[in-house]
Design a protein around this ligand. Structure first.
Ligand code: SF4
Ligand code: ZN
Length: 309
């Protein structure tokens, strides 16, 4: 049942009766700021514990763009980490080289790591491929997010290795995860749908974990806002080319009409993973013949990109 309306006409928190800041449609419940913060942190802690994403002594490289998801990730990990003795954090910000956008987010990342007392490192696309994204994209702007994604993953992994990390954490939230399931299903790409990166099974390269994977995007924004961590930042000028923009709008509308859809999509992926366990669906991982990085073919995506310049 929905919570009653409290004094002054503001809906009341379903737990304590204080004025609510958010409505959770899937649970038909309002929450105040205090209980929202507690619920989000408990959900992340449970995700990490149930999937054994962190181990005592881990050095966790957190991909910190300075945007809301990675900001929330760093704040939450810094609070829950004492449960894993000896574990520590290093934040890594990748500077793609996007004029009019990146400078503000880098400043936000520096201010956050200073506030939390977390070690902060920077790496740029120029370090990885010799040019910034704006220059790489001249004449191929529509490929922006594909090129950016390939290089960001490489930059983050290299910087994490240099920092001595044992695991890389990224701020993907429930909406991102549900969008990915849907996009891969639309493409009919089962191997990619199953390419799970949150299991710590990779033999000889850095595992990637997504501790926010069960938290809706809306709750992450509210989590930051009620604690004064929310900063309005410019939007990347290449967002208009993002392949997932259409799926994001569609799915968010569908979720509003049918609460719980995103959770169901992510749960379906886990069911498919269980059903396909041991089946020869995915290509075995190989090594790139030029750089030695793990990849599914003969050449990794970064080396293929280098050849196309
Ligand atoms: Fe990179 Fe695309 Fe995100 Fe811009 S919108 S930062 S180009 S992935
Ligand atoms: Zn390669």
């Amino acid at each position: 049942m929905e919570s009653p309306v409290g004094e002054k006409g503001v809906p009341a928190c379903g737990i304590c009766g204080e004025p609510a800041v958010i409505f959770q449609p899937a649970d038909r419940r309002y929450l105040c700021g205090t209980h929202l913060v507690r619920e989000v942190e408990d959900l992340v802690r449970a995700t990490v514990q149930e999937n054994a994403l962190i181990r005592p002594g881990d050095r966790i490289a957190v991909g910190l763009s300075g945007g809301k998801d990675s900001t929330a990730l760093l704040v939450i990990l810094s609070r829950i980490l004492p449960a894993w003795p000896g574990a520590n954090l290093v934040a890594i910000t990748v500077d793609e080289g996007i004029a009019g956008y990146r400078a503000d987010t880098i400043r936000a990342a520096q201010s956050l790591t200073g506030r939390l007392g977390v070690e902060h490192r920077m790496v740029s696309f120029a370090d990885i491929i010799g040019q910034d994204l704006d220059h790489l994209l001249i004449g191929r702007e529509k490929e922006a997010c594909t090129v950016c994604g390939i290089l960001r993953k490489k930059a983050l992994a290299d910087a994490a290795r240099t920092a001595g990390a044992t695991v890389v954490a990224t701020g993907h939230n429930l909406d991102d995860e549900a969008q990915s399931v849907l996009m891969n299903a639309f493409r009919g790409d089962l191997p990619r749908l199953l390419r799970t990166t949150d299991a710590r099974t990779a033999a000889d390269f850095l595992p990637r974990i997504k501790p926010l994977a069960a938290v809706p995007e809306k709750e992450i924004a509210a989590y930051l806002f009620v604690q004064g961590f929310f900063t309005e930042l410019p939007e990347c000028p290449y967002t208009k080319y993002a392949l997932r923009a259409e799926v994001r709008t569609f799915l968010s509308d569908y979720e509003s009409a049918h609460p719980g859809t995103m959770q169901n999509l992510v749960a379906s992926k886990k069911t498919i993973e269980r059903c396909c366990a041991g089946a020869p669906v995915m290509e075995p991982l190989r090594r790139c013949r030029e750089c030695g990085d793990p990849c599914s073919g003969d050449l990794c995506q970064v080396c293929r990109l280098r050849h196309s310049l």
